[in-house]
Unconditional design. Structure first.
Length: 415
């Protein structure tokens, strides 16, 4: 038995005293409750809550959706523990790189158990995702990708290459108070997180792992990409000396950064903050390659513990959450890319400049691997990469350490 399964077996034993969820059929009075754990953030979360409230009003007394937000890492881990213990919400919403872990641990059941073939046939290949011969996730959006987001008031246009863009970003970085610290930056983003590093890694010609799950991080391409990010900070000085996700968000929303690298989950929040923003591809690296972010779908998987009597109610909820009306509303309000061709080819998408720019970024992106080792790649990269950013180790040492740490985590988890 792989170590990951042994780990969750132990967790299940620890939880087993309270693991049995009653299965007495539909409630005798009141609605059937469908629990959903999700990691929708910012404007997407607010939009989701409004849609859920509307559904609950329409189905009052019969079905009620009860959503619960959790941070992405916590979402996956707590769901697996709960599901293996016979509990947990009926649905989990998250990125597709969680899917194989959920399937491997036996936490979810195939979506084909819940949704009819006639409904699933409406989606494109990004809308119903499989692993190991079965389909485990039905997606309401594709992309989950980073792009270059710019404040049109400060940066009217974005050139294709970093070489052309850098002088503009340097000119936009200003210290107006004379305290030696910029009051406005040309660019900001969460540059200490591996997910946000990948566009530079791909732009340098590198990648994270082979198709069979072997890490590929100790390479000259990784070193080149790290040095480029360090140069943006230390040589060109266009990004803050220290940053995380919240710092980057605050700077851009307050107009104190001309551009930010972030994904569709954040764009509605920029609009709400009054920023007239545009979307462009992350520029080409000096190699001539596009800085290509990873792309993936985000969607719903079904808890393995959902009883048979609940399936019709769950089907109603899933058809609402992933159907054409919802995906059209999401495209219009959140600029998310639909997984239903009928919506993708509709005026709601074809006439939306933000969505067309987002689709352009996806065209040069690289699909997220669905292999379960992907989680160990993210977690193993983080510590060594952040050590490089803090100056504790060199880029060469960081690349070697990332390779070693990812391989160790894969060995510890799966062997």
């Amino acid at each position: 038995m792989p170590r990951i399964l042994r780990l969750f077996a132990v967790l299940w034993l620890a939880a087993s005293a309270s693991a049995c969820r009653p299965d007495d059929g539909p409630p005798k009075d009141g609605p059937v409750v469908i629990g959903i754990w999700h990691q929708k953030d910012g404007g997407e979360r607010a939009f989701f809550d409004r849609q859920v409230a509307a559904f609950n009003r329409e189905h009052e007394g019969r079905i009620r959706i009860e959503p619960l937000w959790r941070e992405t890492e916590e979402l996956r881990n707590l769901f697996v523990i709960a599901s293996v213990g016979g509990q947990g919400p009926d649905l989990i919403f998250g990125p597709s790189d969680n899917m194989s872990i959920l399937a491997l641990t036996g936490s979810v059941r195939p979506v084909t158990d819940v949704l009819p073939d006639t409904f699933l046939a409406r989606f494109d290949s990004s809308g119903v995702l499989g692993w190991n011969g079965k389909q485990w996730l039905v997606a309401d959006q594709v992309g989950n990708h980073l792009a270059f987001v710019y404040n049109k008031k400060l940066l009217p246009n974005v050139p294709e290459t970093w070489e052309e863009l850098l002088p503009q970003l340097q000119a936009l970085t200003k210290d107006t108070t004379g305290d030696g610290r910029p009051d406005r930056y040309g660019l900001t983003w969460n540059y200490t997180e591996p997910f946000f590093f990948v566009p530079f890694l791909t732009g340098a010609g590198g990648w994270m792992m082979t198709p069979d799950g072997t890490p590929t991080l100790d390479t000259p391409q990784t070193v080149e990409a790290i040095r480029f990010v360090l140069d943006l900070r230390d040589r060109y000085k266009i990004i803050p000396g220290e940053s995380d996700y919240n710092v980057a968000e605050t700077l851009f929303k307050e107009g104190r950064a001309a551009a930010v690298i972030n994904g569709p989950w954040a764009w509605a929040g920029y609009k709400d903050a009054g920023i007239d923003y545009g979307i462009a591809r992350i520029p080409k690296m000096p190699s001539g390659r596009w800085s290509a972010p990873v792309t993936s779908s985000k969607g719903y998987s079904v808890n393995v513990n959902v009883p048979a009597w609940k399936i019709p109610y769950l089907r109603t909820v899933l058809e609402f959450l992933t159907g054409p009306a919802m995906q059209t509303a999401m495209a219009d309000s959140l600029a998310t890319i639909p997984t239903l061709p009928a919506v993708l080819n509709s005026p709601a998408v074809t006439n939306n400049p933000t969505l067309q720019a987002s689709l352009s970024q996806v065209e040069v992106g690289r699909p997220m691997p669905l292999a379960p080792q992907m989680r160990q790649v993210w977690d193993g990269m983080r510590g060594p990469y952040q050590s490089v950013m803090s100056g504790s180790v060199s880029p060469e040492q960081g690349a070697r350490q990332m390779q070693a740490e990812v391989q160790k985590r894969i060995n510890d988890t799966f062997l």
